[in-house]
Design a binder for this molecule. Structure first.
Ligand SMILES: Nc1ncnc2c1ncn2[C@@H]1O[C@H](COP(=O)(O)O)[C@@H](OP(=O)(O)O)[C@H]1O
Ligand SMILES: CCc1ccc(OS(=O)(=O)O)cc1
Length: 303
């Protein structure tokens, strides 16, 4: 089939996918199938050698996943291209109708397993704490995170339609988005790191000095790689390389319409300046002060 025809067929298929419904667990908005599957998710049995990558959606999860996978593979690029990222690291709470669930995939996977979640701290299955699993959490400044999430919701049928940017701004600020409030998420995980082995990474620091941050991940995983291997990992996890890597950009995911907005969109710090109005920025800054008054956590909004 001609490329244009393939694209047209994909567009039609995408338009026919019914939007997923949203429900709540303990006041946190989650996709309805996750809520219906909640007992199974909550009772998931983690193992002591599991590694969990946790984040608020669009904080740099996929980037962190690829870094972790390459470190675990001692920088073997071919090995890291063995499968799409979502198959290498089961997405714990994700339920796809008539298909896999993250829990089933995790249960079928041999150890040592690397898993992914966007759950806020209070909803993480307790076995991760009981088994003292290592966790890597990645956080991103709220403004860029919001913009990235907005574009992701426009292109992903697995998530609710975001409406206009102005509408979405209000939705995000109220925390009525999938996986809940950004504020509660980043603060909850930040607090927990004092009592549990959690490596807390920042998207902005990863942009500023990727090699330093990759070295942190390596040390946290108890690995010792040569400088040239670290350099190779830095190169292969750059935005440009990952954008062209079919294994890291969900190119064959039928629920994502990349012509509306690509999964690997801009990959920069400070893109919020192209999206926020002056009024929105003022409103945001006022609300932010209140929400963040009770934490030592701070972010860079530009580099
Ligand atoms: N190697 C990389 N370097 C910088 N940003 C990256 C990256 N890989 C992915 N991203 C960015 O991370 C965001 C997606 O995060 P997640 O994996 O959590 O969904 C997107 O942000 P933008 O939408 O701002 O471009 C994407 O472009
Ligand atoms: C499979 C659907 C899905 C939903 C949310 C995602 O978020 S993120 O890219 O990991 O931040 C990804 C895929």
């Amino acid at each position: 089939m001609a490329k244009d025809k393939v694209e047209e067929t994909k567009e039609l298929e995408w338009a026919l996918i019914p939007p997923r419904e949203v429900s709540q667990v303990d006041g946190v908005f989650l996709e309805k199938n996750m809520c219906n599957n909640w007992d199974k998710i909550w009772n998931f049995q983690a193992k002591p050698d599991d590694l969990l990558i946790a984040s608020y959606p669009k904080a740099g999860t996929t980037w962190t996943q690829e870094i972790v996978d390459l470190i675990q593979n001692n920088g073997d690029i071919e090995n890291s291209r063995r499968a799409p990222i979502h198959l290498r690291h089961p997405f714990l709470e994700w339920v796809r109708v008539n298909s896999f669930s993250g829990i089933d995939e995790a249960n079928a996977m041999p150890s040592p397993r690397t898993l992914k979640t966007h759950l806020p701290i209070q909803l993480l299955p307790p076995s991760f704490w009981e088994k003292k699993c290592k966790i890597i959490y990645v956080a991103r400044n709220a403004k860029d995170n919001m913009v990235s999430y907005y574009y992701f919701q426009t292109m992903n049928k697995g998530l609710p339609d975001p409406g206009s940017w102005d509408e979405y701004f209000e939705t995000f600020m109220s925390g009525k988005v999938m996986w809940g409030s950004w504020f509660d998420h980043v603060k909850g995980w930040w607090k927990k790191k004092d009592s549990h082995p959690i490596l807390y990474l920042f998207y902005e620091e990863m942009m500023k000095d990727p090699k330093r941050e990759i070295r942190k991940v390596m040390e946290f995983l108890g690995k010792n790689l040569k400088e040239e291997v670290l350099d190779k990992i830095v190169n292969n996890t750059s935005f440009a390389v990952m954008k062209n890597n079919p294994m890291t950009n969900y190119i064959n995911d039928i629920e994502m319409n990349h012509s509306l907005s690509p999964f690997m969109r801009k990959g920069v710090v400070g893109d919020w300046k192209n999206q926020f109005t002056e009024d929105q920025n003022k409103r945001f800054n006022e609300d932010y002060e209140k929400h963040m008054a009770d934490t030592s956590l701070s972010f860079f909004e530009e580099l």
